[in-house]
Design a protein around this ligand. Sequence first.
Ligand code: SAM
Ligand code: SF4
Length: 328
Amino acid sequence: MSQFIDAFARKFYYLRLSVTDVCNFRCTYCLPDGYKPQGVTNKQFLTLDEIRRLTAAFAAAGTEKVRLTGGEPSLRRDFTDIIATVKQTPGIRQLAVTTNGYRLARDVAQWRAAGLDAINVSVDALDARQFHAITGQDKFHQVMAGIDAAFSAGFEKVKVNAVLMRDLNDHSLHTFLAWIKTRAIQLRFIELMETGEGSALFRRHHVSGEVIRQQLLMQGWQLQERGRSDGPAQVFRHPDYLGEIGLIMPYEKDFCTHCNRLRVSAVGNLHLCLFGDGGVPLRDLLVQDDQQAELQARIAHSLGEKKQTHFLHQGQTGITQNLSFIGG
Ligand code: SAM
Ligand code: SF4
C-alpha cells in the first residue's frame, strides 16, 4: 500500500490513537464536570487485537509515529500491553503518549520497558493550588514526581503541555522558564481551542501564543526546524537553557498547511481533523487480520474528504464537544 496522502498533497506520517474516553481529571477547558459515559462502556473501546490491526494498517501505509491519547490513556488496565503491541508493529519508529501524569510515578518504568519512546505530560500551572483549580485534582506533587520518575526510567527528554489561558498562566512565562533552565523539558504552550462545550471559557481565557513568541524572540530564543513526523509545535531553543519551549498555535494562519496526522477515536472512528465533522467507522474492518487491504482502501478514500483547513476562526468546532473525546 502506498503512502496515505490527501487532495492537498499532505502526507500522513503520524497517527493519534485514542484508547479510552474515560478520564479521572476535570480540566476546566476539557471536562469541567468530569467524565460522563455516553452509552459506551469501558468494554467497548478498541481491544488490543483491534489496536494491533489498526496500527499495522497505518504503518504499512507510511505511518511512522503513533501517539496514544484519550481521555486518560493510562487508565486502561492493559495500557502497558498496548504500548508493547504498537511498538512491535513493523514500521513504527516512534511511540509517544500524552498523559495527565496521574499514573506516571507508578508505571513509567514499565512503559519504558515495553518500548515507549516519548512522553507528554499535561501541567498547566507550576503552583499546586492553581493546578488543583484547573484540573479538579490535588495531584500536583504526584505529577511532578512522575516527571522525575520518567527521567529516572531513562527518558532523556519529557514534553510538558500547558494550555495557555488569559489571567491564569499567560503571565507565568518566567516561572516556566526558570523550571526548564536545568531540566531537559520541552514546555509547550497550547493555545486554548474552542470546543462545543467550552465557548464561554474560550471567550474569557483565549490568548494568542504570539504574546509568548514575542517575549521569547526578545530574550534570544531561536526557532528550530521541523521534521516530517513532528507534531505542530514551533520549537525554540536558547543556549542558556537545557529545556526548550514549544508553541502550538492552531489559530495561526497556515497552521493546517503542514498537517501530517490523522486521528482514530477510542471506538475506532477515523477523524480527518480534530475539528472535523462525523468520523469514518473503521471497526467493521478490524475484525480479522486479512481485512487490512480493505481497511487501508477505506482510509485512503476518506482522505479525499479532508478539508484544507479547520474552521475554528468562524467558531465552527465540528462535532468536537471536548477534546477528551478524540484526544487532543
Ligand atoms: N488526558 C491526557 C492529558 O491531559 O494529557 C490526554 C488527553 S488531553 C485531551 C490531550 C491534550 O489536549 C492535553 O495536553 C490537554 O491539555 C489538551 N487540551 C484539552 N482540551 C483543550 C482545549 N480546549 N484547548 C487546548 N488544548 C486542550
Ligand atoms: Fe482529562 Fe486530559 Fe481532558 Fe484533563 S485534558 S480532563 S486530563 S482528558
